[in-house]
Design a protein around this ligand. Structure first.
Ligand SMILES: Cc1cc2nc3c(=O)[nH]c(=O)nc-3n(C[C@H](O)[C@H](O)[C@H](O)COP(=O)(O)O)c2cc1C
Length: 158
């Protein structure tokens, strides 16, 4: 398994899609916060999902999720998937991307790289442990992020 990238710009500048669920019932959303690293001697991907996201339900219901990265030309599609909720649109049909099975989860044909992840751990980011300015600027509405750590079980390259 190998994936070489400039990890800071990979999430922050290029963005990614976080997808969870099965062929019949999945959801996806754009993310720009995340990390790749190691814990408990396993290669892992870490993502942060606000409780209000429809994708949050799918992260809780499913053992696997994927993090997928796209060529620059799909930025517009990623913008839409990061602005509209799966509660208001059919993300499978309306996203402009082609959903495909990826290991035990789902991704999209247009992805350059898909990390298939098995959920290992999740925890709420509680405000008591955050810097005050972060609480003020990002959590005035109490819609906190949950952190999900997944073991990267496969790296699929299209
Ligand atoms: C560039 C970008 C990055 C985003 N990153 C995150 C993120 O890391 N975590 C998060 O909870 N929401 C993030 N969002 C917001 C969700 O993608 C957005 O609320 C989406 O509509 C949720 O879809 P859902 O309700 O179908 O899950 C981001 C949005 C954009 C445009």
């Amino acid at each position: 398994m190998e994936f070489t990238t400039d990890i800071f710009s990979q999430f922050d500048k290029k963005w990614a899609l976080l997808t969870a669920g099965t062929e019949d019932d999945f959801n996806t959303m754009t993310i720009s916060w995340g990390g790749l690293g190691t814990i408990w001697n396993k290669p892992v991907a870490t993502v942060y999902v606000r409780e209000s996201r429809y994708t949050h339900d799918f992260m809780d219901k499913n053992e696997f999720f994927t993090v997928s990265f796209y060529p620059e030309r799909y930025k517009k599609e990623l913008g839409v998937l990061g602005a509209k909720s799966g509660r208001e649109m059919d993300k499978m049909k309306g996203s402009g991307l082609t959903a495909v099975k990826a290991g035990n989860s789902m991704s999209f044909k247009e992805a350059e790289v898909t990390l298939v992840c098995r959920k290992l751990f999740m925890q709420r980011l509680i405000k008591e442990n955050m810097p005050e300015d972060v609480v003020k600027s990002l959590y005035a509405d109490n819609d906190f992020h949950d952190m999900y750590i997944g073991e990267v079980t496969e790296i699929l390259k299209q």
